[in-house]
Design a binder for this molecule. Sequence first.
Ligand SMILES: [Zn+2]
Length: 371
Amino acid sequence: MKFSEVIGQGELKQKLIQSVIDNRISHAQMFLGNEGNGKLAVALAFAQFIMCENKQQDDSCGECSSCKRIQKLIHPDLHFSYPIINVKSGSGKPKCTDFIEPWRNFINESKGYPTYQGWLSSIEADNKQGNIPISECHDIIHKLNMKSYESEFKILIMWLPEFLGKEGNALLKLIEEPPNNTLFLFVAEDADKILNTIVSRTQIVKVPRLNDEDLSVALKDHGVQDDGQMSSIVRLANGNWNKAKALLNKEVAKATFSQWLANSLNNRPDNIFQDMETISHQPKEEQKDFLLYGLSFFRELLLFVSTNSQHQPNCTDNELILMQKLQSKVTVDSLKKVSKLFDQSHYHIERNANSRILFMNLAIQTKLTLL
Ligand SMILES: [Zn+2]
């Protein structure tokens, strides 16, 4: 990605760019900071800038063959290391390249703003914990000792070196005396959990939390127009873009759900079809948010109905209006059934069901069940 695609972090970007211009790039750097501040995005943009064949004054070109391949995470001289899980395979020596396809998809979907839990769920780790095993360390040594293919530089980006156990000491010699033009970019959240021997061999690059102004600009780019909504998300996100995005998705889920429910119940087939298209093109996380929001709405409505409006629902004014409209039409039984439908749909979306069919079916079943 280009620096211009990274949210905020202006000062840090300038410092990194200057280090390339001055030709004093430190060969082992540790980008350190809290989740959601964009440190992996910064490392990716930095690697792309270093390798770009047509550098602009303050960014990579984004067009040359090197940039294009880095954007797809397929450049042969840009390597990645990240926590992986032990899957029972024939060789018994897991390494990160075994997971390179899911990794590319994951980074692409998260647009360079990954979370550890998100990564584990994308490789269906279930209850397994991630680890960067010794077999991966050996693979890193092997890869970095080979001649570079195309670029002047070879770069390894290691995401979350916290998951490197004592085996990580196998890398010390390489980090200390790397082959020519070899760079290590570690991307980490908690220096206390990383081997001291590694931390002490790197230059620490502190990546601060995103400031509120930069967060607001990014939210505006994502379609937030309402000032109240903006300031509430910015306050709760506390400099964390992943949190801001999750809050935004919840707001979107609310709005989509109200519209979807109205269309489903009013029997407007064209609109239902359109809703289904919209939802089925959203990323899986947003589909899950939609279903979870629906579940919570029906739960509140169930309490509202079963207590004869005595229960004060935990909802907004618009939601209350919708509940009052539905109150006379639904029963406790039908609400339990429709909650079950949403719960089952959530289960199937997690397991990669066809979302177009699933949401169409959900619309039909909701109407049949509720009315
Ligand atoms: Zn370029």
